[in-house]
Design a protein around this ligand. Structure first.
Ligand code: A2P
Length: 339
C-alpha cells in the first residue's frame, strides 16, 4: 500500500510509524507530511530515514492517507485528498456525518462500506470505553452508562506532554508554571475541562463520548453521561464506568465475557493489587479492564475501571487496524499480489 501520514511528527503520527512497523504492515511507499517547521527533517521507519515533506495544497500521491494533524486541517484538505486516496481521519471533523463510517474494527467493521473514501477514527476516550462496554453490551444489553475519565496529557498531543514535563520541573524548582495547551497548569492538579463547554454544561469531549457511542453501537437509545477530566499522567486514559443493563448480570459472568473479548486484557485481582493502571497499560495494544463489581445503585448494574493507551487503541492502532481492513479490498490485494 502507498501510504501517506499527515501529522507524522505529532504524538499520534510517531505512534503510527511504530505500529505500522510492529504489525509488519505492507508499505510499498511512505510519504510523511508535517508543517513547514518540520520540513527537511527525517523520521526513522524500518531502519531507514524518511524525509518529512511540507503538506502540498492538492491531492497526495498515495493510496491511503492517515491524517492526524487536527480537525481544521482535515476539514480543509480531506475533500481534496479523497479525490485520489482513501482517507482515515483521526480528527473529529467528519465523525458525525451520517455518510462517514466511524469504525472500531473489533466492533463495527461491517459498517465500513467497500466504496467509502473517508473513514473516521473515533475519539480516544470513546474507543477505550467501547472496547470493554461493547462485549458486555452484546451479552447483557447496556441501557445507561455513567463515565468519569482520567485523561492523560498526551491526549492534547506532543505539546501537552511537553507542558506537563516542563511545568512539573518548574513547580519543583519553585518557578511559575506556564499553561498554553491546558486551561490551567496540569502538574499536581486535575482539570475538569477537556475541549470547550457546550450550552448544556457538558464539554465537547464529554458529548463526543455520547454521540460516538450511539453511532458505533448503532443504537440511538443508549444513554451516556460523561465527566471528562485531565490528570497529570503522560499516557493512557483511564475511566471509571457504571452501567445499567437490560438483563441480569454478575461480576463473574462479566469477567467471563471480558476474558474472551478481542483487544481486552482482564486485570482484576484487587486482593493482590492488580487492576488497570496507566503504568501497565502504556504501550500495550489491549485495553486493561478490572475492578469489576456489582453496582450498588442500578438494578442489573456493574462498575468497572478501564485503562487504555489512547495513542494506540484510541488513535494510531485503531487507524492501522482500519487500514488493515482496507487491505482486504480487491484493489489492494491485486496490487500486493503483483508486487
Ligand atoms: P509539526 O511537528 O511540524 O508542527 P500533535 O497532535 O502532537 O500536536 O501533532 C500535530 C501534527 O500536525 C504534527 O505532526 C504537526 O507538525 C502537524 N501539523 C500542524 N500544523 C500543520 C500544517 N499546517 N500542515 C501540516 N502539518 C501540520
Amino acid at each position: 500500500m502507498k501510504l501517506g501520514i499527515v501529522g507524522a511528527t505529532g504524538a499520534v503520527g510517531q505512534e503510527l510509524l511504530k505500529v505500522l512497523e510492529e504489525r509488519e504492515f505492507p508499505v510499498s511507499e511512505l510519504r510523511l507530511y508535517a508543517s513547514s517547521r518540520s520540513a527537511g527533517k527525517t523520521m526513522r521507519f524500518r531502519g531507514e530515514e524518511w524525509a518529512i515533506e511540507p503538506l502540498p495544497e492538492g491531492p497526495l500521491p498515495v493510496e491511503v492517507v492517515l491524517a492526524s494533524a487536527g480537525g481544521s486541517l482535515s476539514k480543509r484538505y480531506a475533500p481534496v485528498w479523497t479525490q485520489q486516496s482513501v482517507v482515515i481521519d483521526n480528527s473529529s471533523a467528519f465523525r458525525y456525518d451520517p455518510d462517514v463510517p466511524l469504525i472500531v474494527p473489533e466492533i463495527n467493521a461491517h459498517a465500513l462500506q467497500p466504496e467509502a473514501r473517508l473513514i473516521a477514527n473515533p475519539n480516544c476516550t470513546t474507543a477505550i470505553l467501547l472496547m470493554a462496554l461493547y462485549p458486555l453490551h452484546k451479552a447483557f444489553g447496556a441501557r445507561r452508562v455513567i463515565v468519569s475519565t482520567y485523561q492523560s496529557a498526551s491526549g492534547a498531543g506532543a505539546s501537552g506532554m511537553q507542558e506537563l514535563l516542563e511545568g512539573t520541573r518548574a513547580f519543583l524548582e519553585g518557578q511559575p508554571m506556564i499553561n498554553r495547551t491546558f486551561a490551567h497548569p496540569l502538574p499536581f492538579n486535575v482539570i475538569p475541562q477537556i475541549d470547550s463547554f457546550q450550552e448544556n454544561g457538558y464539554t465537547k469531549e464529554e458529548m463526543k463520548v455520547l454521540w460516538e457511542t450511539q453511532k458505533i453501537l448503532n443504537n440511538p437509545s443508549i444513554k451516556v453521561s460523561c465527566t471528562a477530566v485531565r490528570v497529570p499522567t503522560l499516557r493512557v486514559h483511564s475511566e471509571a464506568v457504571s452501567v445499567e443493563f437490560e438483563r441480569p448480570v454478575t461480576p463473574e459472568a462479566a469477567r467471563e465475557v471480558l476474558a474472551g473479548a478481542p483487544g481486552v486484557e482482564l486485570v482484576d485481582d484487587p486482593a493482590n493489587g492488580r487492576y488497570p493502571l496507566p503504568h501497565t497499560a502504556t504501550g500495550k495494544y489491549p485495553v486493561e479492564v478490572g475492578r469489576i463489581r456489582k453496582n450498588l445503585v442500578f438494578d442489573n448494574g456493574l462498575d468497572f475501571f478501564v485503562a487504555g493507551d489512547q495513542l494506540l487503541k484510541g488513535a494510531a492502532l485503531n487507524a492501522v487496524q482500519i487500514a488493515e481492513l482496507l487491505l482486504e479490498r480487491p484493489q489492494f490485494r491485486q496490487a500486493l499480489r503483483s508486487a
